[in-house]
Design a protein around this ligand. Structure first.
Ligand SMILES: [Zn+2]
Length: 229
Protein backbone atom coordinates (compact mmCIF):
# COMPACT_ATOMS: atom_id res chain seq x y z
CA UNK A 1 0.00 0.00 0.00
CA UNK A 2 1.33 3.43 -0.94
CA UNK A 3 2.08 5.74 1.91
CA UNK A 4 0.40 9.11 1.54
CA UNK A 5 2.75 12.08 1.71
CA UNK A 6 -0.12 14.56 1.67
CA UNK A 7 0.69 16.14 5.02
CA UNK A 8 0.87 19.80 5.99
CA UNK A 9 4.67 19.51 5.91
CA UNK A 10 4.91 18.44 2.28
CA UNK A 11 4.03 20.08 -1.00
CA UNK A 12 2.11 17.13 -2.44
CA UNK A 13 -1.64 16.89 -2.89
CA UNK A 14 -2.17 20.49 -3.93
CA UNK A 15 -2.20 20.02 -7.72
CA UNK A 16 -5.66 21.55 -8.07
CA UNK A 17 -4.50 24.70 -6.27
CA UNK A 18 -1.28 24.86 -8.35
CA UNK A 19 -3.40 24.83 -11.51
CA UNK A 20 -5.71 27.53 -10.13
CA UNK A 21 -2.79 29.80 -9.21
CA UNK A 22 -1.16 29.37 -12.64
CA UNK A 23 -4.43 30.01 -14.50
CA UNK A 24 -5.13 33.16 -12.47
CA UNK A 25 -1.64 34.49 -13.26
CA UNK A 26 -2.09 33.89 -17.00
CA UNK A 27 -5.50 35.57 -16.90
CA UNK A 28 -4.22 38.66 -15.10
CA UNK A 29 -1.19 38.87 -17.38
CA UNK A 30 -3.60 39.05 -20.33
CA UNK A 31 -5.46 41.91 -18.63
CA UNK A 32 -2.21 43.87 -18.29
CA UNK A 33 -2.08 43.61 -14.51
CA UNK A 34 1.01 41.37 -14.30
CA UNK A 35 3.51 42.69 -16.82
CA UNK A 36 6.66 40.57 -17.15
CA UNK A 37 7.29 38.70 -13.94
CA UNK A 38 5.37 41.19 -11.76
CA UNK A 39 2.67 40.15 -9.33
CA UNK A 40 1.85 36.97 -7.47
CA UNK A 41 -1.10 34.78 -6.55
CA UNK A 42 -1.63 32.39 -3.66
CA UNK A 43 -4.20 30.01 -2.22
CA UNK A 44 -4.26 28.66 1.33
CA UNK A 45 -5.18 25.06 1.87
CA UNK A 46 -4.87 23.02 5.08
CA UNK A 47 -2.10 25.08 6.65
CA UNK A 48 -0.17 25.35 3.41
CA UNK A 49 0.04 28.20 0.94
CA UNK A 50 0.46 27.54 -2.79
CA UNK A 51 2.06 30.62 -4.37
CA UNK A 52 3.58 31.59 -7.70
CA UNK A 53 7.33 30.97 -7.77
CA UNK A 54 9.80 33.84 -7.90
CA UNK A 55 10.73 35.39 -11.24
CA UNK A 56 8.27 33.50 -13.45
CA UNK A 57 6.80 35.18 -16.55
CA UNK A 58 3.11 35.38 -15.76
CA UNK A 59 1.90 34.96 -19.33
CA UNK A 60 3.26 31.43 -19.56
CA UNK A 61 2.72 30.22 -15.99
CA UNK A 62 2.11 26.52 -15.49
CA UNK A 63 1.50 24.57 -12.29
CA UNK A 64 5.23 23.78 -12.30
CA UNK A 65 5.85 27.49 -11.69
CA UNK A 66 4.28 27.36 -8.24
CA UNK A 67 5.62 26.43 -4.83
CA UNK A 68 3.95 25.21 -1.63
CA UNK A 69 5.13 26.92 1.54
CA UNK A 70 4.16 26.68 5.18
CA UNK A 71 1.56 29.24 6.21
CA UNK A 72 3.27 30.65 9.29
CA UNK A 73 6.81 31.25 7.97
CA UNK A 74 6.70 31.00 4.15
CA UNK A 75 9.40 28.34 3.97
CA UNK A 76 9.12 25.87 1.05
CA UNK A 77 7.73 22.50 2.12
CA UNK A 78 9.54 19.22 1.57
CA UNK A 79 9.69 18.24 -2.09
CA UNK A 80 9.64 21.84 -3.31
CA UNK A 81 12.59 22.98 -5.43
CA UNK A 82 11.55 26.50 -6.37
CA UNK A 83 11.84 29.76 -4.51
CA UNK A 84 8.54 31.39 -3.52
CA UNK A 85 7.73 34.89 -4.70
CA UNK A 86 9.74 37.63 -3.02
CA UNK A 87 6.42 39.15 -1.95
CA UNK A 88 5.24 36.09 -0.04
CA UNK A 89 5.46 38.17 3.16
CA UNK A 90 2.51 40.30 2.00
CA UNK A 91 0.37 37.20 1.41
CA UNK A 92 1.33 35.69 4.77
CA UNK A 93 0.46 38.95 6.55
CA UNK A 94 -3.08 38.64 5.19
CA UNK A 95 -3.42 34.94 6.03
CA UNK A 96 -2.12 35.47 9.56
CA UNK A 97 -4.59 38.26 10.36
CA UNK A 98 -7.70 37.47 8.28
CA UNK A 99 -8.90 33.95 9.14
CA UNK A 100 -11.55 33.87 6.39
CA UNK A 101 -9.05 34.75 3.63
CA UNK A 102 -7.99 31.67 1.67
CA UNK A 103 -6.72 33.41 -1.49
CA UNK A 104 -4.58 36.52 -2.07
CA UNK A 105 -3.83 38.32 -5.32
CA UNK A 106 -1.11 40.96 -5.72
CA UNK A 107 -0.68 42.75 -9.04
CA UNK A 108 0.88 45.88 -10.50
CA UNK A 109 -2.40 46.86 -12.19
CA UNK A 110 -1.88 50.29 -13.79
CA UNK A 111 -4.81 52.38 -12.52
CA UNK A 112 -4.42 51.20 -8.92
CA UNK A 113 -0.69 51.87 -9.08
CA UNK A 114 -1.22 55.31 -10.66
CA UNK A 115 -3.79 56.33 -8.04
CA UNK A 116 -1.50 55.19 -5.20
CA UNK A 117 1.15 57.64 -6.45
CA UNK A 118 -1.12 60.62 -5.70
CA UNK A 119 -1.87 59.62 -2.08
CA UNK A 120 0.60 60.12 0.79
CA UNK A 121 1.89 56.94 2.40
CA UNK A 122 -0.28 56.19 5.41
CA UNK A 123 -3.27 57.79 3.67
CA UNK A 124 -6.23 56.09 2.04
CA UNK A 125 -7.77 55.90 -1.40
CA UNK A 126 -11.37 57.03 -0.84
CA UNK A 127 -14.18 55.61 -2.96
CA UNK A 128 -17.40 57.49 -2.24
CA UNK A 129 -20.79 56.66 -3.70
CA UNK A 130 -19.49 54.27 -6.34
CA UNK A 131 -21.90 51.40 -6.95
CA UNK A 132 -19.00 49.19 -7.97
CA UNK A 133 -17.62 49.27 -4.40
CA UNK A 134 -20.38 46.76 -3.58
CA UNK A 135 -18.11 44.15 -5.15
CA UNK A 136 -15.73 44.43 -2.20
CA UNK A 137 -18.31 42.80 0.09
CA UNK A 138 -18.14 45.50 2.76
CA UNK A 139 -21.09 46.39 4.97
CA UNK A 140 -21.36 50.00 3.77
CA UNK A 141 -20.19 50.33 0.21
CA UNK A 142 -21.12 54.03 -0.03
CA UNK A 143 -17.78 54.93 1.52
CA UNK A 144 -14.81 52.63 1.12
CA UNK A 145 -11.26 53.57 2.12
CA UNK A 146 -8.32 51.48 0.96
CA UNK A 147 -5.04 52.05 2.87
CA UNK A 148 -1.80 53.01 1.11
CA UNK A 149 1.39 51.43 2.48
CA UNK A 150 5.03 52.42 2.03
CA UNK A 151 6.91 50.49 -0.62
CA UNK A 152 9.89 49.34 1.43
CA UNK A 153 12.67 47.58 -0.49
CA UNK A 154 12.67 45.16 2.44
CA UNK A 155 9.43 43.33 1.55
CA UNK A 156 9.02 41.64 4.97
CA UNK A 157 8.77 45.18 6.37
CA UNK A 158 5.75 45.77 4.11
CA UNK A 159 4.35 42.51 5.46
CA UNK A 160 4.80 43.70 9.05
CA UNK A 161 3.07 47.01 8.26
CA UNK A 162 0.17 45.17 6.62
CA UNK A 163 -0.20 42.68 9.49
CA UNK A 164 -0.20 45.49 12.08
CA UNK A 165 -2.84 47.42 10.12
CA UNK A 166 -5.10 44.41 9.59
CA UNK A 167 -4.86 43.34 13.23
CA UNK A 168 -5.96 46.81 14.25
CA UNK A 169 -8.57 47.30 11.52
CA UNK A 170 -10.15 43.90 12.09
CA UNK A 171 -10.70 44.48 15.79
CA UNK A 172 -14.16 46.01 15.41
CA UNK A 173 -15.27 45.03 11.91
CA UNK A 174 -13.82 43.06 9.00
CA UNK A 175 -11.18 45.16 7.21
CA UNK A 176 -11.73 46.26 3.60
CA UNK A 177 -10.25 43.31 1.67
CA UNK A 178 -7.81 45.43 -0.34
CA UNK A 179 -4.67 47.51 0.06
CA UNK A 180 -2.39 49.63 -2.10
CA UNK A 181 1.39 49.86 -1.91
CA UNK A 182 2.66 53.25 -3.00
CA UNK A 183 3.80 53.39 -6.64
CA UNK A 184 3.89 49.59 -6.58
CA UNK A 185 0.55 47.86 -6.84
CA UNK A 186 -2.63 46.47 -5.34
CA UNK A 187 -3.47 43.45 -3.20
CA UNK A 188 -6.89 41.90 -2.57
CA UNK A 189 -8.08 38.76 -0.84
CA UNK A 190 -11.15 36.59 -0.51
CA UNK A 191 -12.55 33.25 0.58
CA UNK A 192 -11.35 31.77 -2.70
CA UNK A 193 -9.43 32.82 -5.78
CA UNK A 194 -12.53 33.81 -7.71
CA UNK A 195 -13.55 36.24 -4.97
CA UNK A 196 -10.03 37.66 -4.60
CA UNK A 197 -9.74 38.24 -8.37
CA UNK A 198 -13.24 39.78 -8.56
CA UNK A 199 -12.26 42.20 -5.82
CA UNK A 200 -9.08 43.14 -7.60
CA UNK A 201 -11.13 43.79 -10.72
CA UNK A 202 -13.40 46.12 -8.69
CA UNK A 203 -10.52 48.04 -7.06
CA UNK A 204 -8.75 48.48 -10.39
CA UNK A 205 -11.93 49.83 -11.99
CA UNK A 206 -12.69 52.07 -8.99
CA UNK A 207 -9.19 53.56 -9.26
CA UNK A 208 -9.76 54.06 -12.97
CA UNK A 209 -13.09 55.80 -12.35
CA UNK A 210 -11.54 58.12 -9.75
CA UNK A 211 -8.71 59.00 -12.14
CA UNK A 212 -11.21 59.55 -14.98
CA UNK A 213 -13.40 61.89 -12.93
CA UNK A 214 -10.78 63.81 -10.95
CA UNK A 215 -9.57 66.00 -13.80
CA UNK A 216 -5.99 64.99 -13.02
CA UNK A 217 -6.20 66.03 -9.34
CA UNK A 218 -5.83 62.43 -8.20
CA UNK A 219 -2.43 62.17 -9.87
CA UNK A 220 0.85 63.50 -8.49
CA UNK A 221 2.06 66.62 -10.32
CA UNK A 222 -1.36 67.10 -11.91
CA UNK A 223 -2.29 70.09 -14.04
CA UNK A 224 -2.86 72.38 -11.05
CA UNK A 225 0.52 71.83 -9.46
CA UNK A 226 2.25 72.15 -12.85
CA UNK A 227 0.67 75.56 -13.32
CA UNK A 228 1.75 76.76 -9.89
CA UNK A 229 4.54 79.36 -10.01
ZN1 LIG B 1 4.62 43.67 -6.39
Amino acid sequence: MAVSTDSPRSGTGVELERGQVAAACRDMFRRGWMPGTAGNVSVRVEGRVVISASGRAKGTMSMRDTVAVSAPDGLPLSGESKRPSAETAIHLAVYQTVPEADAVVHTHAPYSTALSAGIPVGGRAEFNQWELAKGLGVRDHSHVAVPVFANWADVPRIGRDVAAHLRDAGRNAPAVPALLISRHGVTTWGRDLTEAVNRLECVEMLCRLVLMTSGGRALPDGPESEEAP
